[in-house]
Write a protein that binds this ligand. Structure first.
Ligand SMILES: Nc1ncnc2c1ncn2[C@@H]1O[C@H](COP(=O)(O)OP(=O)(O)OP(=O)(O)O)[C@@H](O)[C@H]1O
Ligand SMILES: O=C(O)C1=C[C@@H](O)[C@@H](O)[C@H](O)C1
Ligand SMILES: [Mg+2]
Length: 162
C-alpha cells in the first residue's frame, strides 16, 4: 500500500514525502514529465479540465508503485480520484489554517501555482476542499508550527501502530 499525502497547496506534501522515503513520487513532477512542460504553462494552454484528466491518469499509474506519493492540492477535485483514495488505507492529510498556507505559498518562489494567484479565490478553494480532505483521510496531522521532521515522525509512529 502507498502512503498518500494530501492537503492544500503549501501544506508540505512534497517536503514531507521526500523526508519519508527515497522511494517517493511527487505527482506534480510526474505530471510535468508526462506533459513535458510546467503545470502553469499547461493550465494556460489547455485549462484545468485537461490538467485534471492528466492528473487522474498519472495518479492511477502511481498508485500501483507502492511508493510514498505527494499529491497535488487538487487531487480531491476529481470523482475518480476520490474513489481511489477511498480504497487506500494510508491517506495522510496535512492540515493547516489557510493563512499559514497562504504565507508559505507567497514565500515559495520555487513553484508556480496557477490556482494561487489570488488570495480570495484560493481561500474559497480551501474552504471547499478542506472537508473533503478530512473525509478521505485515514490520518490527520495538524502541520501549523510543526517542523517537517516532526511530521515525518508522527506518520512513522502511526504506521508502527497499524
Ligand atoms: N512544516 C513546515 N513548516 C514550515 N514551512 C514548510 C513546512 N512544510 C513545507 N514548508 C514550506 O512551504 C512551502 C510549500 O511546501 P511544499 O511544496 O512541500 O507544499 P505542497 O503541499 O507540496 O504544495 P503543492 O500542493 O502546491 O505541491 C515550501 O517553501 C516549503 O519549504
Ligand atoms: O491545488 C491545486 O489545484 C493544484 C495544486 C498543485 O499541486 C498543482 O497540482 C496544480 O497547480 C493544481
Ligand atoms: Mg507539492
Amino acid at each position: 500500500m502507498s502512503i498518500i499525502l494530501i492537503g492544500f497547496m503549501g501544506a508540505g506534501k512534497s517536503t514531507v514525502a521526500k523526508l519519508l522515503s527515497d522511494d517517493f513520487i511527487d505527482l506534480d513532477k510526474m505530471i510535468e514529465q508526462q506533459i513535458e512542460m510546467p503545470i502553469s504553462t499547461f493550465f494556460d494552454l489547455f485549462g484545468e479540465d485537461d490538467f485534471r484528466q492528466v492528473e487522474q491518469e498519472v495518479f492511477e499509474a502511481a498508485i500501483h508503485m507502492n511508493f510514498v506519493i505527494a499529491t497535488g492540492g487538487g487531487i480531491v477535485e476529481n470523482a475518480g480520484n476520490l474513489d481511489v483514495l477511498g480504497f487506500q488505507t494510508q491517506v495522510v492529510y496535512l492540515k493547516s489554517d489557510f493563512d499559514v498556507l497562504w504565507q508559505r505559498i507567497l514565500k515559495d518562489d520555487k513553484n508556480q501555482r496557477p490556482l494561487a494567484k489570488n488570495k480570495e479565490f484560493a481561500r474559497k478553494l480551501f474552504e471547499k476542499r478542506a472537508p473533503v480532505y478530512e473525509e478521505v483521510a485515514d490520518l490527520v496531522i495538524v502541520v501549523d508550527n510543526k517542523q517537517p521532521d516532526k511530521i515525518v515522525q508522527e506518520i512513522r509512529d502511526w504506521q508502527g501502530n497499524l
